[in-house]
Design a protein around this ligand. Structure first.
Ligand code: UDP
Ligand code: MG
Length: 314
């Protein structure tokens, strides 16, 4: 199979028929063998009925329906698990991404041998203040932290070599950082392609301002988990020991002073006495946190689990 399209959606019933028709046209023109995997992320409109109907007319269309809304990352994760195509392309369901980009994206994976090609909405049709400016900031920070030179990490339109999507685990709200996950999984050939972006035709955006707060928290945990999840003691143990040794040093100094001047030296009046106490305790706490994290990470199954209500074609 040449291409798997993975399309997460939440309440996008009006857009789906138009999107499916457009995709079919592009696929036929290029004679691709393909599948479209619609992942219904707990829609409350009739999106799932529309998907069923589209499938009855075109058997390349498949669907996964979640029992409730788990988020875009979960939807991508389940779509990635079943995708069979040599090239896997993700796109949003709201017609903001253009299926006309598919042939060029596929070519960049197959001929130019890239592992991941991320779309870049150079000219965006979103509200400037609430989206474009925070998004510039978000991208700049992610570029710095990850060392990957992309302008638009969060673009829904991306193409992958099949092996890439099978090697990464997109959980929480990590869909914003898929290029980072891919890089850490060992895929180095990552690039971007400017893509056409279109205004939303039907429905409303499903992400509010909270995306930015969550985005930055995710970046912190991504950085931390990526570095230390498998070896928490290297972080907590190190800082725990440093604090503990500082505390111990001060305590020893105080004890020796007390022995030298047993009468004039008032131990509990001194600020460094309290410093010694707190650093010793903080050091112990950090060490313990590291130890527990170590036990947890050794036992963690590391598998996401989402309840799927229905499937079609898979
Ligand atoms: N989406 C989803 N689950 C969610 C939120 C969004 O599957 O919990 C889908 C949504 O239906 C769309 C894509 O993710 O296909 C991008 O969402 P949206 O267009 O609302 O984001 P924006 O373009 O405003 O960044
Ligand atoms: Mg959109």
């Amino acid at each position: 199979m040449d291409i798997s399209l993975v399309i997460p959606l939440l309440d996008e019933a009006e857009s789906l028929p138009e999107l499916a028709a457009w995709i079919e046209k592009v696929m036929l023109e290029n004679r691709y063998s393909y599948e479209v995997i619609f992942v219904d992320d707990g829609s409350t409109d009739n999106s799932w009925d529309v998907i069923q109907e589209l499938r009855s007319k075109n058997s390349n269309i498949k669907g996964i329906k979640f029992q409730r809304n788990y988020g875009k990352s979960a939807a991508l994760y389940e779509g990635f698990r079943v995708a069979q195509g040599e090239v896997v392309i993700t796109m949003d369901a709201d017609l903001q991404d253009s299926p006309d980009e598919i042939p060029e994206l596929r070519k960049m994976i197959i001929q130019d041998r890239y592992d991941l090609v991320s779309g870049w909405k150079k000219k965006r049709y979103d509200n400037t203040l609430t989206k474009n400016i925070p998004s510039k900031l978000f991208n700049a920070v992610t570029r710095r932290v990850s060392g990957i030179k992309l302008h638009d990490f969060n673009c829904g339109l991306k193409a992958y070599r099949n092996k890439v999507v099978k090697s990464i685990e997109v959980y929480g709200e990590m869909h914003r950082y898929i290029p980072v996950l891919a890089k850490w999984a060992g895929f180095k050939k990552i690039t971007e392609k400017t893509v056409e972006h279109r205004p939303r035709k039907y429905g409303v955006s499903k992400f509010g301002w909270r995306r930015f707060v969550n985005g930055f928290l995710d970046l912190l945990s991504l950085r931390f988990v990526g570095k230390f999840a498998k070896r928490p003691m290297h972080f907590f143990g190190l800082w725990g020991s440093i604090f503990f040794l500082i505390g111990l040093g001060i305590a020893l100094y105080l004890i020796i002073s007390k022995f030298i001047h047993p009468t004039t030296f008032a131990l509990t009046n001194r600020p460094d006495f309290y410093l010694a106490l707190t650093t010793l305790i903080v050091g112990m706490q950090l060490f313990l946190a590291g130890f527990i994290a170590e036990l947890v990470s050794r036992n963690a199954a590391g598998r996401n689990f989402y309840l799927i209500e229905d499937k079609t074609g898979l």
